[in-house]
Structures are given as structure tokens and as C-alpha cells.
Design a binder for this molecule. Structure first.
Ligand SMILES: Cc1cc2nc3c(=O)[nH]c(=O)nc-3n(C[C@H](O)[C@H](O)[C@H](O)COP(=O)(O)OP(=O)(O)OC[C@H]3O[C@@H](n4cnc5c(N)ncnc54)[C@H](O)[C@@H]3O)c2cc1C
Ligand code: SF4
Length: 550
């Protein structure tokens, strides 16, 4: 490759990577603290374009950041009015009485939102306070100083062809240098992953655990809309060994967010989270809700499920992890927004104090020391055994025991802390030991295929650019992912990016096709490939989904 020109550089007090709830809360809090220069880079074409969530949010984060928000015109408008939980069998739906649920699971006082729109609104607050936000710019590289400290990030070069050579449209990335850099990339951030490895931040914690959440947005017939209704299910169509469940939220003008989460420690490589979601919509509990309605949005995103036991060390010289990138999601509640915001504020307060003391590019050790005794720690501590119990004992045994454990913890009783066993990629069983799962064909009205779904995510990538899904060893992919595990990437990817074609090609065997332009940036391949053979890196800034109202 030709030698590239030097990058231009800009200096800030704080650089923030990612304009999700964590990054924006950190930016706003820094400005509330004083005259601190702050820049936020966001890989989506606009703030909110890559935000995919449920979402029923606990307003605790917003209350702490913007105490006056309730009096304002904001996208946080639909209060939860009815909260239902069901266990499903193929033909039955058993409602679990609310009084049996641990109090922390109660959704009253929470709000149903489009988290993307909440982020758009938070971005206007941040900009009004003087934060610079650069959407359409992916942080592609971490910058290090002479002593190994983080000194900022570089945005990716634009206009590099698939062959790695600069095109006529080539523009060099920018260096954004800072005294402190906060990484708010969400679940499985790619720079975050590299930083965890570089500084050994996971030395003293359990393996990270994830789920994949797939969501559709529906405009439903007005008579079927019940604003404020929040409904969760577990059980069918998943088997007892596979964790996960559905959510269905009525909000806004005739809108329903419906989605399905599958824990990524599932074992059967024939399982398809996308098809499980499509099957779920055919259950008699929910199918009529969609009659006469129209599907208007689709997307998918990994969820950080490790909780208390999986949170890595958060700080390293010159920077810190915040939000889902640090793993602050409360799994049984499927809620991470409030803790993402809280962690952004907490890190901002410690960065602000360090700046006021004239410090720079050192460790924000006080942030690390503070989180477990903060509201975030209190939240995650009470639910820490839910995921390990579910993973070890299955849905029928594990979930009731998890509920009992959460009750005990809510009453101040601790029954110990269970460890997570294996990373998700190590949980797949060889295909020879598993049964293929026959999935019904989509009907195009209630159930759909992947490609028509991806179309609704408005995903767009410049086609002539290097593939952003890096395959370390093609031969390992064929011998292991295909031959031993029957090609699970063709099923776990919710966007149909991976395909094995030419199965009968002699003598070289099938070909692995990576349709990178369809990628919705969910990060599942980076997590679930059985050999860790796929690494997700940021494509050209602005590429990826363009979610609206998600
Ligand atoms: C299906 C689903 C349902 C959920 N339901 C709920 C719910 O009901 N309630 C709730 O509270 N939580 C819910 N969550 C979790 C919630 O969405 C997250 O906890 C929350 O969004 C985390 O905020 P964050 O700022 O840490 O990360 P994110 O919201 O993921 O934001 C990260 C941002 O950083 C950007 N970014 C990442 N890497 C880079 C880079 N290198 N350069 C530039 N930009 C970058 C991304 O594009 C994105 O905009 C759900 C999640 C999913 C997937
Ligand atoms: S290629 Fe990977 S990150 Fe992209 S949509 Fe598929 S599984 Fe998700």
C-alpha cells in the first residue's frame, strides 16, 4: 500500500467514543462540571442510527443527569401502565402473577421509548452545552503515548478500496487527542476488546457473556394498540436448555416494539435466533396483535449479559470503559440504559476531578474503586446469580431459582456468587451430536426472511472498501466452522452476511461468502464463532444500519 499522508490532529480534554446513552451522559456531565472541552465520535451516519434497544427504560439515569427532564418535551413519553410476564408452551401461555416477581422486576415507573430517539434528544442537550459531536466517524484506532498510555483515538481513513489502495475519494482519518478517553462503544466494542486484551483488564473477572437481541418495529391496527402495555415471555419456542425470551412493548402512535433475545451460550449449532423469533410471533398469545399491521423496522444487537462477575477492570492509563462496553446491563430486567448513563456520569465526575487537579493520561483509579459501591453495583449485585443459574439448570429449574435468589438478595440475604462457566464461543456442541432444527417457511405477512428484514434496517455500506469482518484462517473456518459445526454463522447472523456455497465443489470443498455490506453491526459473529476466527472491526464511518425509531 502507498505511504499515507500524516493525519491532522486536534486536542481535547476528553474524547468519547460512541454516542449511545453512556457516551452522551458522560459528555453532558463533563459540561455540567465546568469548562471542559469534549468531543464525541459516532460511527453511525447520525446519532441514533446504530442504536437498537427495546426499550423500557428505568428513568434513574435521566433523573440523575437532567433532573428537569419530566417537564420538557422529550421522547420519553409513554409510561408503563400494564406489566405482564408469561411462560409459553407450544399451545399454552401461563401468566406469572406479578406478586411472585421480585420487586426489582417491576416496570411501574418506567417508560417505553425508542432509545435511538432518546439519544438524538440527548445529543441536542450535549451540543447545546458545547459538546462537539462527529457522527459518521468511526474510531478505528487507539493512540498510545511513549509510556503505553492512551492519548486519544484516530478516526478511520475514508476512500480505501477493497484492495487496500486509496481511491480518488481518499480522505485521511483525524487524530483526536485527549487527556482522558472514554470508550462507550456498547456491547463488544472492538476497540474495547483490544484494550481489554492489551491491558489484561479481564485478568480478575469471569468470561464475558452475551445474548443476541433481534427486534422488529410494527405499526399496528389502532384497535389492537394498548399504550403502556409491557409483555415478556420465556419458554417456547426455545427448548429448556436455551436461555432467552421475548419482549413486546406498546408505545407511541400505534407502535409496537417486538423482539426476541437468545442467550449466546446456546449449544445446538443448528439453532437460528432469527427463525426462533419468527416462530415466536406465531404463538396464539401474540399473533393477533399483528393482524392488519405493518412491519416498519428491523435490527439486531448483542446484549452484555455477564453482569457483576464479568465486569473487567474499567481503567487504564489515559482512559476508561463505560456503559455496555463495560458490561453494566442488568440481565433479568433486560435493562442497561440507566446503568450506561450512570457509568458515563461516574466516569465523567472522576475525569473532571482529575482534570481539575491538573492530571492527564493516568489511571482514573477512583472510578474503578467507586462503581461496585455505587447504584450500578447495587443493581448488578442483586441479580448476579440469575444468568449462571439459568445457564446451568435450564429455564424450568434455573428461572424459579433465579427468582428466589433475587428475592433473597432484595431482602439483604446473600447466598453466595456463582461463576459463569465458559465463554459463549466454547458452548457450541459439534453438529454430529445435535439435531437439525426444521424451521417453517416465512409467510411474508407475520413471518419473514432475513433479506427482506435487513432491507428495513436501511443498512448501507460503501461496497468498495476492505471487508470489515476479518477471517483469521479460512482453512480453520472450513475444517471446523463448516465441517465440525455445520456452519452456524449462516444461522446466528441476523443479516444473512455469511453463506457456505458450492457445497459439492471438488476438490476444494465449499466456499465461504461474506456479504459484509449487509452487516447490521450486532457483533454476534465476533462473539459466537466457535474458534474466535472472526473479528469485527469498524467499517468506513457512516456505514451500517440507519435505524429510525428503534
Ligand atoms: C434487543 C435489545 C433490547 C434491549 N432492551 C432494553 C430495555 O428495554 N431497557 C434498557 O434499559 N436497555 C435495554 N437494552 C440494553 C440497552 O440498549 C443498552 O444497555 C444501552 O444501549 C447501552 O448503552 P451504551 O451507550 O453503553 O451502548 P450503545 O447504546 O450500544 O451505544 C454505543 C454507540 O457507540 C457507537 N460506537 C461503537 N463503536 C464505535 C466506534 N469504534 N467509533 C464510533 N462509534 C462507535 C455505536 O454506533 C453506538 O451508537 C436492550 C438491548 C437490546 C439489544
Ligand atoms: S456479520 Fe456479524 S456483526 Fe454483522 S450482522 Fe452478521 S453477526 Fe452481526
Amino acid at each position: 500500500m502507498a505511504e499515507l499522508p500524516a493525519r491532522e490532529s486536534m486536542e481535547f480534554d476528553v474524547v468519547i467514543v460512541g454516542a449511545g446513552p453512556a457516551g452522551l451522559a458522560a459528555a453532558i456531565r463533563l459540561k455540567q462540571l465546568g469548562d471542559i472541552s469534549v468531543v464525541v465520535v459516532e460511527k453511525g451516519s447520525e446519532v441514533g442510527a446504530h442504536i437498537l434497544s427495546g426499550a423500557v427504560i428505568d428513568p434513574a439515569g435521566l433523573d440523575a443527569l437532567l433532573p428537569q427532564w419530566r417537564g420538557e418535551d422529550s421522547p420519553v413519553a409513554t409510561a408503563v401502565s400494564d406489566d405482564r410476564f408469561y411462560f409459553l408452551g407450544p399451545a399454552l401461555a401461563v401468566r406469572l402473577p406479578n406478586f411472585l416477581m421480585p420487586p426489582l422486576m417491576n416496570n411501574h415507573g418506567n417508560f417505553i421509548v425508542s432509545l435511538g430517539n432518546v439519544c438524538r434528544w440527548l445529543a441536542t442537550k450535549a451540543e447545546a452545552a458545547g459538546v462537539e459531536i462527529y457522527p459518521g466517524f468511526a474510531a478505528a484506532e487507539v493512540l498510545f503515548g511513549a509510556d503505553g498510555e492512551v492519548t486519544g483515538i484516530a478516526t478511520g481513513d475514508m476512500g480505501i478500496g477493497r484492495d487496500g489502495e486509496p481511491k480518488a475519494s481518499f480522505t485521511r482519518g483525524m487524530e483526536l487527542r485527549a487527556k482522558y478517553t472514554l470508550f462507550a462503544e456498547g456491547a463488544r466494542g472492538h476497540l474495547t476488546k483490544a484494550l481489554i486484551a492489551r491491558y489484561g483488564l479481564d485478568r480478575d473477572c469471569g468470561p464475558p457473556k452475551y445474548g443476541i437481541g433481534i427486534k422488529e418495529l410494527w405499526q399496528v391496527a389502532p384497535g389492537l394498540h394498548r399504550p403502556g402495555l409491557v409483555q415478556h415471555t420465556l419458554g417456547w419456542p426455545l427448548d429448556n436448555r436455551t436461555g432467552g425470551g421475548s419482549f413486546l412493548y406498546h408505545y407511541g402512535p400505534d407502535l409496537i416494539s417486538v423482539g426476541f433475545v437468545v442467550h449466546l451460550d446456546y449449544e445446538n449449532p443448528y439453532l437460528s435466533p432469527f427463525e426462533e423469533f419468527q416462530r415466536f410471533k406465531t404463538h396464539r398469545l401474540v399473533r393477533d396483535t399483528f393482524a392488519g399491521g405493518k412491519r416498519i423496522g428491523y435490527g439486531a444487537r448483542a446484549i452484555a449479559e455477564g453482569g457483576w462477575q464479568s465486569v473487567p477492570k474499567l481503567v487504564f492509563p489515559g482512559g476508561a470503559l463505560i456503559g455496555d462496553g463495560a458490561g453494566f446491563l442488568d440481565v433479568p430486567r433486560i435493562k442497561g440504559t440507566h446503568n450506561a448513563m450512570r457509568s458515563g456520569m461516574l466516569a465523567a465526575e472522576h475525569a473532571g476531578a482529575a482534570l481539575a487537579a491538573g492530571r492527564a493520561n493516568d489511571e482514573l483509579a477512583a472510578y474503578e474503586a467507586a462503581w461496585r459501591t455505587s447504584a450500578i453495583g447495587a443493581d448488578l449485585w442483586k441479580v448476579r446469580n440469575a444468568k449462571p443459574l439459568w445457564s446451568r439448570l435450564g429455564t424450568l429449574m434455573g428461572v424459579p431459582l433465579a427468582a428466589a435468589d433475587m428475592w433473597a438478595n432484595s431482602l439483604g440475604l446473600s447466598l453466595g456468587t456463582l461463576r459463569h462457566r465458559k465463554p459463549d464461543q466454547a458452548c457450541l456442541e459439534p453438529a454430529a451430536q445435535c439435531r437439525p432444527i426444521p424451521y417453517p417457511k416465512p409467510d411474508g405477512k407475520l413471518t419473514f426472511d432475513r433479506l427482506s428484514s435487513v432491507y428495513l434496517s436501511n443498512t448501507n455500506h460503501e461496497e468498495d472498501q476492505p471487508v470489515h469482518l476479518l477471517l483469521r484462517s479460512p482453512s480453520l473456518q472450513r475444517e471446523s466452522e463448516h465441517d465440525a459445526f455445520a456452519g452456524p454463522s449462516a444461522r446466528y447472523c441476523p443479516a444473512g452476511v455469511y453463506e457456505w456455497v458450492d457445497e459439492d465443489r471438488a476438490p476444494r470443498g465449499p466456499r465461504y461468502v461474506i456479504n459484509a455490506q449487509n452487516c447490521v453491526h450486532c457483533k454476534t459473529c465476533d462473539i459466537k464463532d466457535p474458534n474466535g476466527n472472526i473479528t469485527w472491526v469498524a467499517p468506513e464511518g457512516g456505514g451500517g444500519p440507519n435505524y429510525q425509531n428503534m
